[in-house]
Ligand binder design. Structure first.
Ligand code: IPE
Ligand code: IPE
Ligand code: MG
Length: 242
């Protein structure tokens, strides 16, 4: 099990999570899909706390993809309301726990009232330095790459410069940070347009557990497994290099 370091810094990693399976969790219980999304918020809260305690540096949660606008209008409206309610309820708790909260993705299609709440939550937690929590809403990895490429204006940027452009288009901070560990719940093994550039060398972990059933213990097990993996980035194992 990953245990929390005394100074909270051991795992300076970027973990990204595709929180999938809310709808199926609900329908197998005879509940409306929105009940699954509400249950999913409880899981998100537990995983954020576990990540903070484990010393994760950055946590990016996929909450709503650009393609999720194609869902039934009632589900989309319920999700937008739930985001707002969750931000209102959780931003104080984030501030108290040293968690800097930000929202990545497009802003121009979100309801104005949600935009206002996002700005307040980001403002309230702006000075926090313990963990960066990013919630991806109206996010598309491919659209982000396209918009960043347009900002490059016909030049061929370095990878570092391009990462900065990517962050610019999605409000992502100083520069888009590579994902170290990508987790997807719900049993599917695909990226669904999440952080395509940033996941170039991400370790991938898939679990069949639906997001509302995912627990802090399972999250910590995945983290511990990640720490045992050998990442080579195209090179050779350390002993073979000497
Ligand atoms: C993920 O769960 C949450 C969002 C996409 C908002 P789903 O709603 O995709 O749940 P399933 O995959 O249909 O079970
Ligand atoms: C990806 O899940 C988006 C989120 C979890 C927010 P989807 O459920 O929308 O993805 P697909 O349709 O299974 O690829
Ligand atoms: Mg899904």
């Amino acid at each position: 099990m990953a245990t929390a370091p005394a100074d909270g810094t051991r795992l300076a990693v970027h973990v990204a999570i595709i929180m999938d399976g809310n709808g199926r969790w609900a329908t197998t219980r005879g509940l409306p899909r929105t009940a699954g999304h509400r249950a999913g918020v409880r899981t998100a809260r537990a995983i954020v706390e576990a990540a903070r305690r484990a010393g994760v540096g950055m946590l990016t949660l996929y909450a709503f993809s650009a393609d999720n606008w194609s869902r039934p209008r009632g589900e989309v409206t319920a999700l937008m309301r739930l985001f707002r309610r969750t931000l209102l309820a959780e931003s104080r708790r984030c501030a108290d726990n040293g968690i800097r909260l930000s929202v990545i993705g497009r802003r121009d299609r979100l309801p104005p009232i949600l935009l206002q709440t996002i700005a307040e939550a980001e403002g309230m937690t702006a000075a926090c330095a313990g963990m960066e929590l990013r919630v991806a809403v109206d996010y598309s990895g491919r659209d982000a790459i396209l918009r960043a490429a347009a900002l490059a204006e016909g030049t061929l940027p370095t990878r570092e410069r391009f990462a900065a452009l990517l962050a610019d288009v999605d409000h992502g901070g100083a520069a888009a940070r590579d994902v170290d560990l990508l987790i997807r719940t719900g049993g599917e093994q695909r990226l669904s347009d999440f952080l395509l550039w940033e996941c170039a060398y991400a370790e991938l972990a898939f679990t069949r557990r639906m997001w509302p059933d995912f627990t802090a213990d399972e999250f910590l097990e995945i983290l511990a497994d990640f720490e045992r993996r050998e990442r080579r980035f195209g090179g050779v194992p350390e002993q073979a290099a000497s």
